[in-house]
Every structure is written in structure tokens, then in C-alpha cells.
Design a protein around this ligand. Structure first.
Ligand SMILES: Nc1ncnc2c1ncn2[C@@H]1O[C@H](COP(=O)(O)OP(=O)(O)OP(=O)(O)O)[C@@H](O)[C@H]1O
Length: 653
């Protein structure tokens, strides 16, 4: 890849008072009202993104006053263990102080386990439990809601919608993060500008799953830049990237910072050249601050703590070696003492300026009420449904495999139980088939949700924290989006099996059968959602089937309900499969079904459906009660899943 030294200001042309962006029309620039157009004298080295267009222009200056972050006596105490084993408190941050001024690219460095991510989480407001101390924004105590409106958090792992193209992802973000009053053209202009800024202009129509690691990282940043945040928190933005992508990523952040944003990122051990790109570093070890100040002032600091940096040694490597106690524990203590756990401002680039920061007059923090999201609930639902539809259309597992599995299983069972429905000798076989059908609906839908939802969960946590949508609207969209496909799969399955196994050809019976099957699908799916929302894939895969076994036992299939011991009878009320079984058996053998055909030379024990129903102790006249019970199960499990999700979103913070 060719590296090009670029002078951004040379590409900015002032026309009619508006800035022309990379050949973008005046009209477009005109439309981008939310972005201030201030030509920057920003010299940056940029990689060619493959478009052959190296002229990437950074012109998205923030539209409100800059944000200075100051923190005092910050502690973070994690609670470990369980109620059974007893809970332990573990202090991770020990009364650290610091100042992160606006317009700077700031690195939080330190060895693994030093508390970098913990500090980032506390400052961004992601962690709220176990936090002590004060975070001041422009000198005022941080009001979390208001602060979240101006900031964003970019996670270490790229939590992106892989089945959407770059452009679709950006449009979803714009539709959710920009006020509804923003016109389509305005949104398009903003998206084009950001994508071209971040070197993604050439990948608009590429599916995210096909992007390189560096491009995914830039897309993660691009998605949040849509709302033009003043503060960006990034957890290890360079992890997993090759050196040129690392450089490109930091260069972009540096330019965004130079426009007045406050950019804080955690970083492990940058190379000497990457280290020099930061304006300020904050070094942590064991939850205490070892150094805070400019990158250039680190060498004098090492001398002040009587640990001069060896010649030709990368200061970033050296400080980590010191922090890891490679030169002794006393060196760490000395550094904490000289830095005064983050209170010493002597090593900042311009200490006089830092003394002033945090006392900027600010009016933007008065409002801490109202919605966190930028758009109405209805709009959120609309955008999420649209995204869900695109995903479903392209998802091979969730959509095509599901349709195929339903059709193939129906064909297989249909062949195995061919014509069993009208054969008086095969009534028991047919009864087994009915239970197998319920098992198919239960496991195929429940397991799919358990296996796929945890991936969605990580995206939900990120997007919800970054205020894309409310949990209620997300949940409503998840519930609604799957209904058409569930209905379609269930209809295909039921039609094939009903026809092949020659169940009574009667519209009422078929509809009763289909409705019961569909309700079982919905209940099993909600059950899977509840498990998937709380547990990881491994635990969920174990728990889902394990918890289904008692439901099967109490369904009245193996042991009839009549033979259930009275002290266990309650189990049948909480088994949704009992109502499912009652519903399908009622559809096939109820409604006063006449005598079943019996071949002349054979004995048919269950020629008379009434006798069969008596023997298996299944009531056939309970269809409406079964439907009510299944709908209730569906509703209760969906509500519980929502509560679990809400709890989970709260618990991770
Ligand atoms: N919720 C928690 N419960 C228990 N321990 C925690 C919790 N959060 C963090 N820790 C512990 O606190 C320490 C600091 O964690 P943190 O993730 O902040 O480190 P880090 O400096 O970002 O490390 P790395 O660079 O390896 O990501 C670690 O020992 C970690 O195990």
C-alpha cells in the first residue's frame, strides 16, 4: 500500500462560504448543517484505501463546545463469587486522579490486568456499579444521560451486523442516531462524508463480513461518528490490526481529536512511532496511576524517578517493563509517588493550559432528562424491522436452513408414517408421530434461538449503550420480525406431514393442528430467548434441552396424566407440551371423529377414536383452553425474556 503525505488543507476549497469536500458538490456540503465546516491545517499520513483516491479530507468539526474530562479519587470495586460460596470484594482502581483535555488523543496504557478497560468503562459511564469518586465534565459533575448524548463507546471486538453492507449499516445508524427532521439527502451527505473520511468510500456495497479487520474497526468508528460525538472512548482500537492498519486507525483518531474532540483509548504496548502519535498518556499499574502527561515528557519523568530510559529504548516498552516490576517494586512505588496517583500536572505538554481545563463555562450539561435516543419509538421500530428483514433475507442459517430443515424433516416423518392417519392398525404410531412433531417444533426453534441470540446480545449491549434504540423497541422488533418466517416454516411442515400421513382432510382439523403447532413454536422460541438472553451458548445448549425433559414428562405422553401421582400433577400445568399434545390430539381424534378404517384381515385395537382418547387420558374438547394456555405461556415467557434482557443489560454495567 502506498503511503501518501497529505495536506488536508490543500484540498479544502472554500466556495460560496461552504467547504467543498473531496469533490462533493456544494449542495451536499450545504446540507450537512450539523457539521461545522472549518478548514483544518492538518497534515496527516494516510494509507491508500484501494480506491486510488488518497485525498481524504477531515472536515467534520464538532458542532458544540469541547469537553474536558477531569476525574478525582476514582475507585472501582468488583464483586466476585456467588451467594452460595460467598461474595468477595476486589478493588481494581485505587483512588486515581487525572485530566483528559479536549482536542487530544489520549492513551491509557499499562500491563495486562492494570485496570485500563476498567478506567475507560468508568469514565464513559459504561460501568455504574462499584464506582466511587468524581467525574467532572467541564468542571461540572458528570450527568450521565447528558454525557452519553455527547459521547460514544467503541468496543474492542467489532460488534457489527455482518449480513448488512457498509452502506446499510451506516444508514441504520443514521436513521437511528440523527433526529427524524434530518432529510434523506442530509443523511446521505453525512454518510458519504464519513465513509470517505475513514477511507471506506470504496466499500459501500461490501458486506461487513467480507471487510478486513482494519476496515471493520474503521466502520465501528464510522457508525458512531454519524451523531458527531464530542468524546470517543475506544477499547484497544489497534488490537488485531497489522502495523499499517494500526497507524491508519490512530491517524484518523488523531485528526478527529485535532478538531476538538476528546479521544481516549486503551492500548497495550504501542511501537515507538505509534506511541509518538498520542498527545497524552496515562499509565496504570495495579489500578494506580504511574504517569500522566505528554509523550515527550516521559523521558524527563523517568529521570525524575531515578530510572532513566536506556538509550534507543522505546519509552512505551520501558514504562511497561517498569510497571511490570521488572526493575523492582520500589520503582513502581516511586512512580506512583511522583505522579501523585495522577494529581501531578507537571508532565503535561502545556501544564498552564491543563490547569485551566475543566473550568470551561458549559451549558450543555443542564439537561439530564428525557429520552436518550435521538428518534421516536416508532421510528426505532421501523428501522429495526427493516434491518431485521434484510438480515433474514440474507441469513442462510436462520432462514434458508430453517425452511429446508422443516421441509426435509416433514418429508422424512411423512415417509416413515405414510398414511398412518387413516390406518386403524397404526393409531399408536400416529400418536407417536404427533408427539414427534411437537418435539421437532420445540427443539428446532428453541435451539436456534439459544445458539444465535448470544451473538446478537453483544451487538445489543453496544448499540443500546450508544443510544441507538430503546430495549423495548429492540425487543418488539425481535418478536415481530420472526413471526412471518415461523408461520411460513410451520405451514410448510404441517402441510407436508398432514398430507403424507393422511390425517383427516378437514379444514377445521387442519387449522386446529396448525394453530397448536404454531403456538408451540412461539412458546419454544420464547423459552429459547429467555435462556439465550441470560446464558452463553455452552450453558444455554446444556440448559435448553435439559429443562425441556420435565416438560416432556409432564405432557402426558409417556405417563398418561391419569397415572401421574397426585403430588406431581402440578407439573402438568406448567408443561406447555401438555397443552400442545392435547391440542393436536384433539384436532386429529376429537370432534366426534368417526370410526377409523381397519384392514379386513387385521385387528384394530383403536378403531374407535373415543376409546383411544379414553385410554391415553387426553381430553379432546379442550381446544380453546389449550390455545389460551399456550398464548399465556407465550406471553409470560416473552415478558420474562424481556425482564431477563433488561437485567442483563443492567448487570453487565
Ligand atoms: N467485574 C469484575 N469482576 C472481577 N474482576 C474484575 C472485573 N472487572 C475487572 N476485573 C479484574 O480487574 C483487573 C483489571 O481488568 P481490566 O480489564 O481493566 O484490565 P486491562 O488493563 O484492561 O487488561 P487487558 O489489557 O488485559 O485487557 C483484572 O485483574 C480483571 O480480572
Amino acid at each position: 500500500m502506498e503511503t501518501v503525505l497529505m495536506e488536508a488543507s490543500a484540498d479544502h476549497q472554500q466556495k460560496n462560504g461552504h467547504l467543498q469536500v473531496n469533490g462533493a458538490s456544494d449542495k451536499n456540503s450545504d446540507l450537512v448543517k450539523t457539521y461545522q465546516k472549518e478548514p483544518q491545517e492538518t497534515k496527516v499520513l494516510l494509507e491508500d484505501d484501494g480506491s486510488g483516491k488518497n485525498e481524504i479530507v477531515f472536515n467534520m468539526a464538532p458542532s458544540t463546545s469541547p469537553i474536558d474530562i477531569k476525574f478525582e479519587k476514582i475507585t472501582f470495586t468488583a464483586t466476585e463469587g456467588s451467594i452460595l460460596k460467598g461474595k468477595n470484594k476486589k478493588q481494581i482502581l485505587h483512588e486515581v486522579y487525572g485530566r483528559f483535555p479536549s482536542g487530544q488523543l489520549i492513551a491509557i496504557m499499562g500491563p495486562s490486568g492494570a485496570g485500563k478497560s476498567t478506567l475507560l468503562n468508568v469514565l464513559s459511564g459504561y460501568s455504574i456499579q462499584g464506582v466511587g469518586g468524581k467525574v467532572l465534565i467541564n468542571g461540572n459533575p458528570r450527568k450521565l444521560k447528558a454525557f452519553r448524548r455527547l459521547s460514544c463507546y467503541i468496543t474492542q471486538d467489532d460488534r457489527l451486523q455482518n449480513l448488512l453492507t457498509v452502506s446499510e449499516n451506516m444508514h441504520t445508524s443514521a436513521d437511528l442516531k440523527l433526529p427524524s427532521s434530518t432529510s434523506k439527502a442530509e443523511k446521505q451527505a453525512i454518510i458519504d462524508e464519513i465513509l470517505s473520511t475513514l477511507g471506506l468510500g470504496n466499500t459501500k456495497e461490501t458486506l461487513v463480513e467480507r471487510l478486513s479487520g482494519g476496515q471493520k474497526k474503521r466502520l465501528s468508528i464510522a457508525l458512531e461518528l454519524v451523531s458527531n460525538p464530542l468524546v470517543l472512548f475506544l477499547d484497544e482500537p489497534t488490537t488485531g490490526l497489522d502495523s499499517s492498519s494500526c497507524r491508519q486507525c490512530l491517524e484518523l483518531l488523531k485528526v478527529l481529536a485535532s478538531q476538538g474532540r476528546t479521544i481516549v483509548c486503551t492500548i497495550h504496548q504501542p511501537s515507538a512511532s505509534l506511541f509518538q502519535m498520542f498527545d497524552q498518556v496515562y499509565v496504570l499499574a495495579g489500578g494506580r496511576c504511574l504517569y500522566q502527561g505528554g509523550t515527550d515528557n516521559m523521558i524527563p519523568f523517568f529521570e525524575d524517578v531515578q530510572s532513566p530510559c536506556p538509550k534507543f529504548h522505546n519509552p512505551a516498552d520501558y514504562v511497561i517493563e517498569l510497571a511490570c516490576e521488572e526493575y523492582g517494586k520500589d520503582k513502581v512505588e516511586k512512580m506512583v509517588q511522583v505522579s501523585n496517583n495522577g494529581q501531578n500536572l507537571k508532565y503535561f505538554k502545556e501544564p498552564e493550559k491543563i490547569l485551566k481545563t475543566g473550568f470551561t463555562e458549559s451549558t450543555i450539561f443542564e439537561d439530564d432528562n428525557g429520552n436518550l435516543q435521538a428518534t421516536s419509538k416508532l421510528n426505532q421500530l421501523k428501522v429495526l424491522l427493516k434491518r431485521g428483514y434484510i438480515k433474514a433475507k440474507r441469513d442462510k442459517t436462520m432462514t434458508y436452513l430453517r425452511i429446508a430443515v422443516n421441509a426435509l424433516t416433514a418429508l422424512m416423518l411423512g415417509t416413515l408414517y405414510f398414511n398412518a392417519g387413516t390406518d386403524g392398525t397404526k393409531v399408536i404410531d400416529n400418536y407417536n408421530l404427533l408427539f414427534s412433531i411437537l418435539m421437532h417444533h420445540t427443539f428446532s426453534t428453541m435451539m436456534l434461538t439459544i445458539l444465535t441470540f448470544p451473538t446478537e446480545m453483544s451487538i445489543l449491549i453496544k448499540e443500546h449503550f450508544n443510544r441507538w434504540y430503546s430495549l423495548k423497541m429492540y425487543y418488539t422488533s425481535v418478536t415481530l420480525i420472526d413471526i412471518p418466517l415461523s408461520v411460513f416454516c410451520c405451514f410448510i411442515f404441517t402441510s407436508i406431514i398432514y398430507y403424507m400421513t393422511a390425517q383427516p382432510f378437514d379444514n377445521i382439523r387442519f387449522n386446529m393442528f396448525l394453530i397448536t403447532s404454531l403456538l408451540v413454536v412461539f412458546v419454544a422460541q420464547s423459552f429459547g430467548l429467555m435462556i439465550g438472553a441470560y446464558f452463553n451458548v455452552v450453558d444455554g445448549t446444556f440448559l435448553g434441552p435439559t429443562l425441556t425433559v420435565p416438560m416432556m414428562m409432564f405432557a402426558g405422553f409417556g405417563v398418561s396424566l391419569r397415572d401421574l401421582p397426585s403430588y406431581l400433577y402440578w407439573g402438568s400445568y406448567i408443561s406447555y407440551l401438555r397443552y400442545g399434545l392435547e391440542g393436536v390430539v384433539g384436532a386429529i381424534y376429537g370432534l366426534n371423529r368417526p370410526t377409523i378404517d381397519c384392514p379386513e384381515d387385521q385387528y384394530c385395537h383403536y378403531r374407535y377414536p373415543k376409546k383411544f382418547l379414553e385410554d391415553i387420558a387426553v381430553k379432546s374438547d379442550q381446544f380453546s383452553n389449550d390455545v389460551i394456555a399456550l398464548v399465556l405461556f407465550w406471553f409470560i415467557l416473552r415478558t420474562l425474556s424481556f425482564v431477563v434482557l433488561k437485567y442483563k443489560l443492567h448487570a453487565v454495567r
